[in-house]
Design a protein around this ligand. Structure first.
Ligand code: AMP
Length: 198
């Protein structure tokens, strides 16, 4: 499926209404939304390994909260992680955010790129160290497979730095085509990841 420009392709969320403001602390996990056809539930991975990564990821959480037509529902704990598939780079700080949004997947991706640019991200080469990396992991339960955007993110199920924070805020979440995110966790147990304190 190609994404088109509208989120009209998105299947409406079907589980219980789990909207909780980000400030609500460690309340109920995010499941999905209900009752508002223009509200979609997106999960976004945040990562940084340059220029005070902790501060970058915290600030990126605030930037996500400021996106138009969107509301930050939850930001996971921050995790320190050893880079996967790259040698000689600093550790990353990672987190996952749950966002309620009326932006379509391509518009949301544009907005994420704009935040990355604001944080000084340069795309020098594949796997270059980054001040901020934002990936769209999931958008409702839709599948997008275009040149520019793949949702679910094609490698999310292979990354502990995605699965651990994602499962912290949405333990029941499904990865379309792959089953529950929780089922993939044992497969990444060798990846080194440490949850950081508040
Ligand atoms: P990266 O450098 O790892 O952030 O990859 C960014 C590239 O991946 C861009 O060219 C995006 O268009 C593409 N891309 C494909 N699917 C996604 C996604 N779900 N989230 C973020 N970027 C994506």
């Amino acid at each position: 499926m190609t994404h088109g420009d509208a989120a009209a392709t998105a299947r409406p969320p079907s589980l219980n209404d789990a909207r909780k403001p980000a400030a609500a602390g460690a309340a109920a996990p995010v499941g999905s939304l209900a009752g508002n056809a223009s509200a979609h539930l997106a999960f976004i991975a945040l990562g940084a390994n340059l220029a005070d990564p902790l501060a970058q990821v915290r600030a990126a959480g605030k930037a996500l909260a400021g996106l138009p037509a969107s509301r930050l529902l939850r930001l996971s704990s921050l995790y320190r992680t050893v880079p996967v598939g790259i040698r000689g780079q600093a550790d990353f700080v990672n987190a996952v955010a749950a966002l309620e949004t009326a932006l379509s997947p391509p518009r949301l991706l544009d907005a994420l790129f704009a935040i990355e640019r604001r944080f000084g991200r340069r795309r020098e080469y594949h796997h270059a160290p980054r001040t901020l990396d934002l990936d769209l992991l999931l958008y409702d339960e839709i599948v997008v497979d275009s040149q520019r955007l793949s949702v679910p993110h094609p490698r999310m199920h292979l990354r502990a730095f995605v699965l651990a924070p994602l499962l912290e805020i949405a333990p029941q979440v499904l990865i379309p085509g792959r089953g529950t995110a929780a089922a993939w966790l044992p497969a990444v147990s060798m990846q080194i990841i440490e949850k950081l304190g508040e």
